[in-house]
Write a protein that binds this ligand. Structure first.
Ligand SMILES: [Zn+2]
Length: 295
């Protein structure tokens, strides 16, 4: 697709992203706890098939299957040495699924490391780690980057700087917030408003929130982010709260049950819509229909 992310934002009032990947990978037979990114190489067509469900449902952009593709996360599977390869292959799979119909965003999730002063990882070391992941995604040929499911604003700064070390492409930032008193905050205490302000000052192309809570709570989250930024805002809620069935997390809120909250979410200021854990192509299909109708 030759539309850049900014052109897409200029021409469409609302953008539809994709839904959950983890649950779909487990359904496709990935063993709980094993490395999903390895499938970018070993089962590329399975990855592309899952992503194709989202493209067919009407996504304007999809994410690469590289959420756990930073060296510290891959190291848990003994795969840190293959960081560049697994990320580059992730782009190849997503490109095959997109086939020119939507944008491909290079996905960067949390590293699992805790930065100083709370943990012992230094900013510079982690920046080098993220740089390797970003380099793999860039050489695969992404349209833009997304740094998502982040809990620590300092890790966001680190990942953002690392991507900028290797690429000038647009970067979306998305963090997780939970209610704390009358405000929504990260688990490290940064308010949604302050986080959004920081995303803008870093130079993000869009400011978002994903995961953690269900769709109703994204309405105040988006409102509070809006107080801190004039950037386009992204909201990607989970399909409700997970319930454990054996060792599997089950997300029970249906696409139909999520949809009635979408108008209020858009009213609050969300322009980029999609879903996180447990959301499915059905949800993306309903979002697409709603967005097309509300034009
Ligand atoms: Zn999630």
């Amino acid at each position: 697709m030759n539309h850049s992310f900014f052109q897409l934002l200029e021409t469409r009032p609302l953008l539809v992203g994709d839904g959950g990947m983890g649950t779909m990978l487990l359904q496709a037979g990935l063993e709980q706890g094993s490395c999903g990114e390895l499938w970018n190489v070993e089962r590329l067509e399975t990855i592309a098939e899952i992503q194709r469900c989202y493209v067919d449902a009407g996504s304007d952009f999809i994410l690469t299957n590289t959420f756990g593709g930073s060296p510290p996360t891959l190291a848990k599977h003994g795969l840190a040495g293959r960081t560049e390869e697994l990320n580059e292959a992730g782009v190849k799979a997503a490109r095959a699924a997109a086939d020119g119909r939507c944008l491909v965003l290079g996905d960067i999730g949390p590293s699992g490391e805790i930065l100083e002063p709370y943990g012992d990882k230094t900013f510079d070391d982690l920046r080098e780690d993220f740089k390797r992941q970003a380099a793999g995604l860039a050489s695969g040929g992404v349209d833009a980057f997304i740094i998502e499911t982040m809990m620590d604003i300092n890790e966001v700064r680190c990942a953002f700087t690392a991507v900028r070390d290797v690429s000038d492409l647009p970067i979306i930032i998305s963090m997780c917030f939970k209610a704390a008193g009358d405000r929504y905050r990260t688990m490290f205490g940064t308010s949604a408003t302050d986080a959004a302000r920081e995303m803008e000052s870093l130079g993000a192309a869009a400011a978002g929130s994903n995961c953690m809570v269900e769709i109703e709570e994204f309405i105040p989250i988006v409102r509070q982010m809006r107080e801190g930024t004039s950037l386009p805002i992204m909201a990607q809620p989970n399909a409700g709260q997970p319930r454990l069935e054996g060792d599997k997390a089950v997300y029970a809120t249906t696409a139909e049950a999520m949809m009635p909250h979408v108008p209020a979410l858009v009213e609050a200021g969300a322009r980029l819509l999609g879903g996180c854990c447990g959301t499915t192509p059905d949800y993306i299909r309903l979002l697409r229909q709603w967005v097309d109708k509300s034009k």
